[in-house]
Design a protein around this ligand. Sequence first.
Ligand SMILES: [Zn+2]
Ligand SMILES: [Zn+2]
Length: 451
Amino acid sequence: MKKLDLLIRGGTLVLEGRIVPGNLGVRDGRIVSVGERDHQPAAHDVFDARGLHVLPGAIDCHVHFRDPGSEYKETWRTGSAAAAAGGVTTVLDMPNTNPPTSDLPGAQAKRQRARAQSVVDWGLYGVLDETSLPHLDALIDSGIVGFKCFMTETTGDLPSPDDGVIFEGFEHLARRGVRCSVHAENAAIMQRRRRSFIAQGRSDPAAHEESRPEVCEIEAVRRTATLASAAGNPVHIAHVSSGGGARAIAEAQRLGLDLTAETCPQYLLFDSSDVARMGGLLRVNPPIRGAGHRDALWAAMHQGVIGMIATDHAPHTWAEKMNPSIWECCRGMIGLESQMAVMLTEVQRGRLSLLDYVRFAATNPAKAWGLYPNKGTIAVGTDADLALVDLDASTHVDQETHHSLNRISPWHGRLITAKPVHTFVRGRLVYTQGRVIGEPGWGREIGRCAP
Ligand SMILES: [Zn+2]
Ligand SMILES: [Zn+2]
C-alpha cells in the first residue's frame, strides 16, 4: 500500500453514531483509513492526537465576512483565521456584502477575495430579491450553495423582497432543487413598533426585543412554509429565536415540507436578563428573548426540529456596538472562535451529547447544503477536515486572543471546559495551539454535491 501523507494517531474518533479510539490515515487531503489504534500504516507525517477527541470540523452555514465592501469590519483573511481557530473548517458566507451577491459579477468579486485569502473551505449564498431574480440560474451554475432571503432589513441595507418576488424566486429554486435560507421576521410589525418606541423616547436595550415580538417570527416562518410548500423548493430558517418560531417550523415539517432550521449559541445560552446587563453587545436580529424561549429552543434541538448550530458571525467595530442608544448599536456579534468551545462545554455539562453536537455543527449542515458526504463526517473517502479538541480544558474565552478583525465578543470571560486545539483542512494543519498557520488561499470553494 502506498505510504500515507499523514497518520493522526492515538486520538478518540467521533464518527457518525459512535465514538472509538483509533487512528486516521490521510492521503491527498482525504481520509483513506479509519483504523484501530494498533493499525499503524507507514506515513510521511505522524500527528500525535493522544488525549484529544477528533471531530469533523464544524461547518458554519451562517457567517458574514463583510468582504467585499466593509473590510473594516472583517475580511476573508481575518474571518477565515477566526474559523480555523474555532475548529470550523467550512464557512458559508451571506450575500449582504457590497456589491451584494446578487448576480455573477457580484459573486465573482467575492470569489476573488475568498480565493486569495481564505484559510478554510468556503461556499457562497446568493441573495434572493428583486434584483437577483434574472440572475438565479447564473448564480446557481457558478457554484453557489444556496440563497438567502431577508424578509426584514439587513446590515448593508438590502431592500427586502415582497411576497411576489419571494414566491417567484422559490418557484425558480424548486426547478433547480436549490435551498433558500430565510431571515424570518415580519418587517411591518417590527417597523411600526420601533417607530412608536422611538417616538416615546425609549432607547433601552429591552426596547429592541419588544419591538420585534415573537409573532414577527411565527408569521414569517408560516409565510415561508406556505410559499415554499406551494412552490416546492427546499427552505431553511436561519437563527430561530423563539418557542413559537420553533413550533411553526415543527408544524411545517409534520406536513412534509423540506424545511431545515438553525439556531445559534447566543439564543441557546443568553436570555433577556443578559441583554439588560450587556446592552448593545447583544443586540441582534432576531432579538435574544426571555428564558422560556431559550429553553424551548433547546427542546426543539433535542426533538430534531432545529437540526443545526450556526454562529451568524456578524462583526462590527467597538464604536458600532457600544452606542448608548440601543437603536444605534449595530446588529450582530462575532462567534466563530467561541462556538465550538462554548457548545462543547455544554456537552461537558450534560446538556447535549458529543454525537448530537457533531450532528448539529457538522453533519446536518453538510447534508442541508449539499456538501455531504465529502464534508461533515469522518469516514473513508471524505475530506480530512478535522477539529482536534481537548475536552479536559479549563479556561475562559479571551477575545484578546481572537483572530477576528474586531475583537468584541459577548462570550469574553465565559468559562469553557473544552476547546479546539488543532484544525486540519483537507489534511493540512491550519491552526495549532493558538496560532493560525494555514496559508491564505488554501481554502477552496465547495459546491453542492449532486443530490
Ligand atoms: Zn438574519
Ligand atoms: Zn446573519
